[in-house]
Design a protein. Structure first.
Length: 331
């Protein structure tokens, strides 16, 4: 009798431990860690449990930024929380993640920022060899608004968006606004609406086309074909060392259609400003959950070191979804 109770207790402890600790997750039915798929090599995925850190629940991660100076991975939550993560990588494989701390976004008076809905994030001064001076440029979908914060969530400055992006009524929907931001060495800050703006969308729809548009803050833009899947939209941008940009798109229509995550690389220097034609680009990877990929709602992307990158999913704080942090290398 006592042995049975002890066994049940032991099993319960193991289950609770597994649920409360991050652990490796198999992202594919067909590909293993170290395998090459399309133009990437898979280097492991970890599932992050919905634990509380500093009273703030882990989840709804929509953006990532790597701080090379601090050796920290900043994960941004829709709810305006910056999680400080320390990934552990052995032999190029992501094995686990330690959650260091968590901070709410705050205004200049130190009060929690209202109407946060934080989506995109990019780091400034995170690769200059100086510790303690890192800053985070964060895109807030409600407004919309672009602002500069410390890694601890303190507001430092606000940026003025391009005029056509300032009014939410110009967008295709209240949840199809600005989810991405990156900083390019030549073109400066670049962002993209998840879907084309209303008027532009009408034009493309009449032609049976679906486009995405990248905007700079100095009145330059590029119109590019979207990934050819229904409802595909831009959720993250990341600038690479050679000036090319990784575009992360997510296509989801209903539970009866595939969830498709697309990763494409574009060289803007060869892209015609208004048409998007003749731009040098390549499809890096396509993840389709009907093709043996156990993907989730991937929204965040950041460069790590060399050809290595992190990507993270937004679990919407749903019991049916997961927070997955995946590591890969572009070939």
């Amino acid at each position: 009798m006592y042995r049975k109770w002890f066994l049940f207790l032991l099993i319960g402890i193991v289950v609770i431990t597994l649920r409360s600790a991050n652990h490796p997750f198999s992202l594919s039915e067909h590909y293993q860690i170290g395998d090459i798929y399309m133009d990437i090599r898979l280097w492991g995925t970890v599932e992050l449990p919905p634990n509380e850190i500093n009273g703030l629940k882990m989840g709804q991660l929509s953006g990532l930024a790597w701080d090379e100076d601090e050796k920290l991975l900043y994960a941004l939550s829709d709810r305006g929380i910056i999680f400080h993560l320390r990934p552990f990588i052995k032999n190029n494989i992501l094995t686990s993640v330690r959650v260091i701390s968590a901070y709410l976004l705050k205004n200049t008076q130190g009060k929690t920022l209202r109407w946060r809905d934080a989506e995109g994030i990019v780091i400034l001064k995170g690769h200059n060899g100086i510790m303690g001076d890192s800053q985070l440029l964060i895109m807030l979908e409600i407004g919309p608004r672009l602002a500069l914060f410390t890694p601890e969530g303190k507001l430092l400055d606000n940026y003025t968006l391009p005029k056509t992006l300032q009014t939410w009524k110009n967008y295709a929907g209240s949840n199809k606004i600005l989810e991405s931001v990156t900083v390019h060495p030549t073109f400066g800050i670049i962002t993209a609406p998840e879907w084309p703006l209303k008027e532009a969308n009408k034009l493309y729809s009449l032609k049976g086309e679906h486009k995405i548009t990248l905007y700079t803050f100095n009145q330059r833009q590029w119109i590019l074909p979207a990934f050819p899947a229904k409802n595909s939209g831009v959720v993250a941008l990341e600038t690479l060392e050679d000036g090319s940009i990784l575009i992360l798109e997510r296509a989801f229509y209903s539970i009866y259609t595939p969830l498709i995550i697309s990763l494409r690389r574009v060289w803007l220097s060869s892209c015609q400003s208004k048409t998007g034609l003749h731009s040098e680009s390549e499809q890096v990877a396509i993840f389709d959950n009907t093709q043996g990929w156990y993907i989730d709602n991937f929204e965040g992307l950041t460069h790590h070191q060399g050809g290595y990158f992190f990507i993270v999913s937004d679990n919407n704080h749903s019991r049916w979804q997961r927070t997955l942090l995946s590591y890969f290398e572009i070939q």
